[in-house]
Ligand binder design. Structure first.
Ligand code: ADP
Ligand code: MG
Length: 700
């Protein structure tokens, strides 16, 4: 394709670039080819047709344009602080213009008493407004020109060497003027019409050289849609491929174990939501295709029971099941819960973690291979090569956000026919992200809490009212309740955190002394046995207060604990705060979450705390979190599985994402192999995308 190869032309061959600037573009801005430059999208636009009054100018505005007269041009300061200052005045007020560089040139070019148009960002310094390094033009010769001007980002180094936002814009224009630039259409006619009728080439022109705000909006919509459409098209195709090619074990039997457990051992009636999700899982398991299902359920919604019922279905069909948890504490707890629930049932449940002793591990692995173990609970240790099942039929992964996609795939290799996979997460993932990150998974939602739960009451307290908080704890402990006090853990400063939590433990121990009270501590640096010992004591009600780091974040279940105090709450992310709060409110008693902070809070921290105080709804919290942090951070960068998008934004363009997904589905339903002549642009584009991916797959 000539068009493709033109876009692959090295950037130095563009008029006005050459070897030196080429290197700068490549190294500083990642622009190596003509195509890269085309995709170097302006990060915003400024309206150069509008002239502001000085009175209107303030720090909140983006770059603004002012018209006024210069006076008082002077240099101030010494040596490195030396700068050129001028007063700029219109009928409504005055600001200062400042230059730190190129002083001599500016001095000779500007004249007092002349009328100028200046353009730049207004900032405040010591209560006075000023504009540093403005663009300056004589008002007499100024032309308003194109209304919307693109603003490109650059780096300090590139700008210092003459590649500022303006010169990047010039290069982009030079590229758009090349007659060889022919961008093939990537959408079919119907989709082009749907997005507003703008062709691809025209869309790129409008992005870099907008004729009007309307044309720009149309171009943005068209290109964002296209980007999201191909993202979804790939995800849906991949999922359909797996459904066609990967066979799954068929679990047909209704099942004695399941029936018996349900009738004789179930301690409570499942909620409607639990029943519905189990029905969905059951249907998957009988379908002949491999199940890949994500179960989302807020903390305390009863995911463990859903996991257990699903595993019993596997056992009833002659298969083994595994339950994998992200931490030892959690694995241990699942093991205890399952062992208790299955106490009088003929099911062998065993635990395997990193700290399982060698001798026990050996006998366990043999029992696993020979099929004597029905359910194996464990941590990452389950993924090791040595762990071989006789017939693994189902894997349940709890608290998925800590397991990467790659780890999920490793489980597949344990059998000829891959086991069914059930992923359970308490981190409510906003729908738009779930669609993108887990596009290959089916999603079930447990949207109901077991009956009788009272919502946790959440309050915000400042460190200064610590004594009142302690008095409240005293009162609750007096009623027989237990309390968590949690300290933040920040990666890379373990020592500091350890100090926080041990200091906290000491001061709480002083306030709640033996023998009347029992206080214990759990943190990540303690040996496993010590942690288990303390957790067990707390579970049995032998300690009143558990001082801990976030090791208790997920899954720990102590219904009698009814107060969660979170120290330095401003240092936690929203989803973490929500997880921690989920540790209480598990019994029939009214529970409390107390968020302790210092007096000085940043904007985001204030929003996080206010959100926690306002709502218990995990989905609402997740949406706020997404808005505050952006999708990459929310999912964790390394294993995010999030695509790199050049135009669209998964948060802001959520609606368009939905529409793109629906359009991709419709297209594939009508033309699964993309053979229809009308879809030729789509199949060609997809081939190019996949070919590029294959190349990158080989390189990385
Ligand atoms: P999570 O979804 O956070 O993993 P768990 O499975 O730990 O929740 O369940 C939380 C608590 O609710 C447990 O104590 C569990 O025994 C209890 N529970 C689960 N389902 C029900 C139900 N249908 N009715 C009453 N209690 C339930
Ligand atoms: Mg759980």
């Amino acid at each position: 394709m000539p068009a493709a190869s033109f876009l692959e032309t090295p950037i130095e061959f563009l008029k006005g670039v050459g070897p030196q600037r080429g290197e700068l573009l490549r190294e500083e801005l990642g622009i190596a080819t003509f195509g890269d430059l085309l995709l170097y999208i302006p990060f915003r636009y400024v309206d150069r047709s509008r002239i502001y009054m000085v009175r209107e100018a303030n720090e909140e505005l983006p770059h603004v344009q002012l018209r006024g007269v210069l006076s008082g041009i002077r240099t101030v300061g010494e040596k490195r602080g030396r700068r050129l200052v001028a007063t700029f005045k219109d009928d409504t007020g005055s600001i200062e213009l400042v230059w730190f560089k190129g002083i001599r040139w500016v001095q000779s070019a500007l004249k007092e008493g002349q009328e100028y148009i200046v353009f730049g960002k207004v900032t405040a310094f010591r209560g006075k407004l000023n504009m540093a390094h403005p663009e300056v033009e004589l008002a007499a010769t100024w032309e308003s020109g194109a209304a919307l001007q693109p603003v490109y980002s650059t780096t300090e180094k590139a700008a210092a060497k003459g590649l500022n936002g303006r010169s990047i814009g010039k290069l982009t224009r030079a590229l758009l003027e090349q007659p060889e630039l022919l961008l093939p259409e990537t959408l079919n006619k119907e989709l082009v019409q749907w997005t507003g009728g703008m062709g691809r080439q025209e869309a790129f022109r409008q992005i870099h050289l907008p004729e009007s705000a309307q044309a720009l909006a149309a171009a943005q919509k068209r290109l964002k849609f296209e980007e999201l459409f191909y993202l979804q098209l790939q995800l849906i195709m991949q999922k359909r491929l797996v459904q066609q090619e990967v066979k799954g074990h068929v679990f047909e039997a209704v099942g004695d174990l399941l029936n018996r457990f349900y009738k004789e051992h179930l301690p409570f009636e499942p909620t409607e939501a639990q029943k519905r999700v189990v029905r969905e899982i059951r249907k998957d398991l009988g379908s002949g295709m491999q199940m890949n299902r994500l179960v989302q359920g807020d903390v305390g919604s009863g995911k463990t029971l859903v996991a257990l019922l699903s595993m019993l279905i596997a056992l009833d069909n002659g298969f083994q099941a595994a339950l994998m948890a992200p931490t030892e504490i959690l694995a241990q707890q699942h093991f205890n819960t399952l062992s208790t629930l299955l106490k009088d049932m003929p099911v062998e449940v065993r635990l395997l973690t990193g700290s399982t002793k060698t001798a026990e591990r050996k006998s366990l692995l043999t029992a696993l291979r020979t099929g004597h173990i029905g359910i194996l609970v464990g941590t990452h240790a389950l993924l090791e090569e040595a762990v071989q099942f006789e017939q693994l039929g189902l894997v349940v992964i709890d608290e998925q956000h800590r397991f990467g996609v790659a780890q999920r795939a490793r489980l597949w290799r344990k059998n000829q026919v891959p086991p069914h996979v059930l992923v359970m997460t308490a981190t409510p993932i906003p729908r738009t992200l779930a669609m993108t990150v887990y596009g290959d998974l089916d999603v079930s939602v447990i949207d109901e809490l077991p009956p009788g739960r009272k919502p946790v009451k959440t309050v915000h307290r400042f460190d200064s009212s610590r004594n009142r908080m302690f008095a409240f704890l005293e009162q609750e402990i007096g009623k027989g309740r237990q309390v968590y006090v949690v300290y933040p853990l920040i990666e890379g400063s373990e020592k500091l955190d350890l100090k926080d939590v041990t200091d906290g433990f000491e001061s709480i121990s002083r306030r709640f002394p033996l023998p009347k009270y029992a206080v214990s501590i759990v943190h990540g640096r303690m040996p496993q046995e010590a942690k288990d010992y303390e957790m067990d004591r707390f579970k049995r009600g032998e300690t009143d207060i558990l001082v801990a780091t976030t090791v208790i974040e997920v899954g720990v279940d102590v219904p009698n604990a009814s107060v969660m105090v979170i120290e330095n709450a401003e240092r936690f992310g929203l989803s973490q705060l929500h997880q921690l709060r989920g540790r209480v409110g598990r019994g029939a008693e009214q529970s409390f979450c107390i968020l302790m902070t210092g007096n000085e809070l940043g904007n985001d921290a204030r929003t996080r705390i206010a959100t926690m105080v306002r709502t218990n709804d995990g989905f609402e919290i997740a949406e706020t979190d997404l808005r505050l942090r952006g999708p990459g951070d929310l999912m964790g960068t390394q294993q995010s599985g999030l695509p790199k998008l050049y135009m669209a934004d998964l948060v802001q363009d959520a609606d368009l994402l939905q529409q793109a997904r629906a359009a991709a589905k419709r297209l594939l339903d009508a033309d699964p192999q993309l053979q229809d002549g009308a879809n030729a642009p789509v199949s060609a584009t997809l081939r190019t995308i996949l070919a590029e991916k294959a190349v990158w797959g080989k390189i990385s």
